[in-house]
Unconditional design. Sequence first.
Length: 108
Amino acid sequence: MRFIIFVIDHATNSGNPAEMKAIDTFNDALRENGQWVFACGIGAPDTATLVDNRDGLGESVAASLFTERDFYSGFWVIDVDSLEIARNLTLAASRACNRRVELRPLLG
């Protein structure tokens, strides 16, 4: 089962040295346990382009779907055997990055 864990923040690259070390340790544990798929940071909403090409609309706007202060600043994709394991890893991810996080299953 694959899940995505979104990091919720109000800035990009906001991790302090202690948080970055904790994140590296968390990432290493995911790799060692065969649960790592992918992880990375995401640019701030002001770097986003919102595109709508439904029915050939061809609309492209320098904007983000996010209008609130908080946004997704990064994510992990994990591969685990159960939702319970994913939830436990999500708790560990929140602790490691010192941020709120959001867990969602990947479909398909």
